[in-house]
Design a protein around this ligand. Structure first.
Ligand code: FMN
Length: 447
């Protein structure tokens, strides 16, 4: 019996940022946002038959470290960024099959605008669009949308679900047979097949209909990455595929189980909904070369960028750290300041214990490893990486696959995926040898 196929995306979110843009093998002669970089990326990823290219997004410049944005601007920490939609359009014009995953915030955006945008992109790409919805957490993001504060975590997910409800109603408001384009009579549309939405909810009032023709996929492939119990429940409510964070295998197995239970509670079939696990990789002909690239990135990552990166992610200014402290003290201080102890600090506490004493320089050394994903990147030969992917795929129910990324150097790392890793997975019967379908949704469901 053939083995279930893995699905692979590639996350290019950070490939032009701190340290990475200067690595050997990084775009010679181009700097962000030269569209030729993106076109080249799309061609390479399609040569490797990947399911999709994806980018996360944020709408502010990190400004927590030293209470300002200077370090982020100077060293390229989560900046610069651009809206992803014109980039996806450009990439779609040089490819035929690969899909494009775009990230938007349901906390800031309006569902009418977003539903219409996704419809337009789905037309232009001929059915190759996915939308990743995020709730957003950062002050520098929400301060640009007239907010003094964020609604709380649970409310943001409530709004996300209502956002999706409105989008779905809008995508269904014009039936597939509504467009007539009859040259004999001159009739453009059939009014009986175009419907009001009349949504009256807690967050949105929308009359509808959407004023666009229905798109090839009808609606984009929907993705969401929430990892908290509320976030997982929201995923179970609406996603076609979930994103899973970069975490140890035992945590992935736990998250898959929690997600399956949430899907069942929604009356959905867990065997039909995959998780794409965020997986940083560097693949090379030899393990030495792959690990060497990661070491080179860690050495090239500027110190100030480490501070800006960590402070932004935790919402806490680590420039104020004393010379020496215990992890438990820092944890308590972060909680007292309403910042987020999750992620890096949580992992550090689990790994070293809350009683451990750190100096400032120990802390930033751990932070550097976190910023370049040093301890979680699969750096090795195609066969070493394929072994690890197979192990994780089987342990998490052989559904979905991996969102590869956090590359050390682009396009070199993507070329490694397309030309070294993919052939290895194909030899093992784990990856497609051709695109069999037209739309992203169909290709992602190909098993
Ligand atoms: C693969 C992946 C991609 C993500 N991309 C973004 C992003 O682009 N923008 C963003 O604000 N958050 C992003 N997140 C954060 C999630 O949306 C979510 O807030 C996080 O996983 C915590 O889950 P929770 O909100 O349920 O606590 C991403 C998370 C993962 C795992």
């Amino acid at each position: 019996m053939p083995k279930p196929l893995m699905h692979l995306g590639f996350d290019f979110s950070y490939s032009h940022m701190a340290g990475r843009w200067l690595m050997p093998g990084a775009w010679p002669g181009h700097v962000f946002p030269d569209i030729e970089m993106f076109e080249e990326m799309a061609r390479i990823a399609e040569r490797g038959l990947l399911d999709m290219l994806f980018s996360g997004d944020g709408t502010g410049v990190p400004d927590t470290w030293r209470g300002g944005r200077d370090a982020a601007v100077e060293w390229g920490v989560n900046w610069p960024r651009q809206d992803l939609n014109p980039i996806a359009v450009a990439m779609s014009r040089v490819t035929k099959h690969i899909g494009f995953g775009l990230t938007y915030s349901s906390t800031f955006m309006h569902p009418y605008y977003t539903a219409r945008l996704m419809n337009s992109l789905d037309h232009i790409t001929k059915g190759r669009i996915a939308m990743n919805l995020v709730t957003s957490t950062r002050r520098s993001d929400y301060a640009n949308f007239g907010m003094n504060d964020l609604m709380d975590h649970g409310q943001r997910y409530d709004r996300m679900e209502e956002f999706v409800d409105v989008c779905r109603k809008l995508w269904d408001s014009v039936e597939p047979a509504a467009m007539v384009w009859d040259r004999a009579t001159g009739r453009v549309g059939d009014p009986a097949r175009v419907h009001d939405v009349h949504h009256r909810g807690t967050h949105f009032r929308v009359d509808g209909p959407l004023n666009t023709p229905p798109s090839p996929q009808g609606r984009p492939v929907l993705i969401q990455a929430g990892g908290s119990p509320r976030g997982i429940r929201a995923s179970a409510y609406f996603v076609d595929h979930a994103f899973g964070g970069d975490m140890p295998l035992a945590s992935q197995v736990r998250q898959r189980k929690a997600f399956d239970e949430a899907l069942l509670a929604q009356g959905r079939d867990p065997s039909k909904v995959g998780i794409l696990w965020q997986t940083p990789i560097v693949v090379a002909q030899t393990e030495r070369e792959a690990v060497g690239r990661l070491d080179q990135l860690a050495a090239a990552y500027p110190d100030e960028a480490v501070g800006a990166y960590l402070s932004y992610n935790c919402g806490y200014d680590f420039s104020t750290l004393p010379q020496s402290f215990t992890i438990g003290e820092l944890h308590a201080d972060i909680i007292a300041s309403q910042a987020s102890p999750m992620g890096f600090l949580h992992d550090l506490s689990v790994r070293l214990g809350p009683e451990s004493t750190l100096t400032r320089s120990d802390f930033f050394e751990h932070g550097r490893r976190d910023a370049v994903n040093y301890d979680t990147t699969l750096a090795g030969t195609p066969s070493q990486i394929a072994d690890r992917l197979e192990e994780a795929f089987e342990a998490t129910g052989s559904r979905g696959g991996f969102m590869l990324g956090h590359a050390a150097s682009m396009p070199l790392d993507l070329i490694g995926i397309a030309d070294l890793l993919v052939p290895e997975l194909q030899r093992r019967g784990r990856f497609r040898t051709e695109y069999r379908f037209r739309t992203l949704r169909e290709n992602l469901a190909d098993s």
